[in-house]
Design a protein around this ligand. Structure first.
Ligand code: SF4
Length: 239
C-alpha cells in the first residue's frame, strides 16, 4: 500500500493547481489503486469527463443505497454508454439493512438525527469503507464552498477516516458556476434532477428541490438543522 506523508502532500498542494493536473498525477502515480466516488451530481459529471480524457481506464464506484431516485439510475446508464465506464456499484449489507428496518421502520430517518445517521452509516458509510480498504486513494467531487465542514479542505489530503489513504479533491477550489461552465462547454451528460431544482442529489426520500435563494445543500435532509448536512463519508460523526 502506498502511503504519503504530510510533507509530500504539502508539496503537491503547492505545485499542482488545476484539476486536470491533479488527475494526471493520480493516473501516473496511483492507477489502478485509486477510484472516483460518484453520486452523479454536477461535480461528479464534470470530473468524470475530465478523468476519462486523462485516462479512459480510470476506475469509478458508486453506492446504490436502495433509496436512489430513478433519475440517478438513468444518468448512471447514460454515463456508462457515453464513456464505456463499468461502474463498481456498491450495495449495503443485506443483514444490516434487514435488522435496521425491522427495528426502526422503513422511514426511520425522519424520526431522529440518530436514526438518519444510522441509515447513512449502514447504506453509505459501511460499503464505502469496505471499498476504500482496497485502495491507496480516492477521488471526490468536494468543493470548499459546499458546507462549513468543507471550507478547510485541500486538493490533496490524508484521509484519517480511512486508514490514511490519499483523498484527492480535484475541484476543491471551483465555484458552482465553474462546474456548470465545464458541463456546458464539454457537452457533459448530467442528472436531470439538476434541471428541477436539485443542485445536491442524494437518496430520494432525503432530498428535495431548493427554493430561490436557498443554500445549494438546503434540500439535503431538509428537516434537520444546518450542522448535520453530511452523511458521514467526509466527516467522522463518532469523533
Ligand atoms: S440519505 Fe436518507 S435514505 Fe439515504 S442512506 Fe442517508 S438516511 Fe438513508
Amino acid at each position: 500500500m502506498t502511503k504519503f506523508t504530510q510533507k509530500e502532500l504539502d508539496e503537491l498542494n503547492s505545485t499542482i493547481n488545476s484539476a486536470q493536473d491533479a488527475l494526471k498525477w493520480a493516473s501516473d502515480n496511483l492507477h489502478p489503486r485509486i477510484a472516483k466516488a460518484s453520486s452523479f451530481g454536477a461535480e461528479d459529471a464534470a470530473i468524470t469527463d475530465m478523468m476519462i480524457k486523462v485516462n479512459p481506464e480510470f476506475r469509478f464506484f458508486t453506492l446504490d443505497t436502495g433509496r436512489l431516485p430513478q433519475a440517478t439510475y438513468d444518468i448512471m446508464d447514460d454515463v456508462r454508454k457515453k464513456y464505456g465506464i463499468k461502474f463498481e456499484v456498491l450495495f449495503p449489507d443485506t443483514i444490516e439493512v434487514q435488522q435496521m428496518v425491522r427495528e426502526k421502520g422503513m422511514n426511520l430517518f425522519y424520526d431522529s438525527v440518530e436514526n438518519r445517521k444510522l441509515c447513512c452509516e449502514i447504506r453509505k458509510v459501511h460499503p464505502t469503507n469496505k471499498m476504500l480498504q482496497t485502495l491507496d486513494g480516492w477521488i471526490t467531487g468536494l468543493r470548499r464552498d459546499q458546507t462549513s465542514n468543507r471550507n478547510e479542505a485541500k486538493m490533496f489530503e490524508i484521509d484519517t477516516q480511512h486508514d490514511d489513504i490519499l483523498k484527492i479533491n480535484p475541484i476543491i477550489n471551483w465555484t458552482w458556476d465553474q462546474v456548470w461552465d465545464y458541463i456546458k462547454e464539454n457537452n457533459v451528460p448530467y442528472n436531470k434532477l439538476l434541471d428541477k431544482g436539485y443542485p445536491s442529489i442524494g437518496c430520494e426520500p432525503c432530498t428535495r428541490a431548493i427554493k430561490d435563494g436557498e443554500d445549494l445543500r438546503a434540500g439535503r435532509w431538509w428537516w434537520e438543522n444546518e450542522g448535520h448536512k453530511e452523511c458521514g463519508l467526509h466527516i467522522d460523526y463518532k469523533k
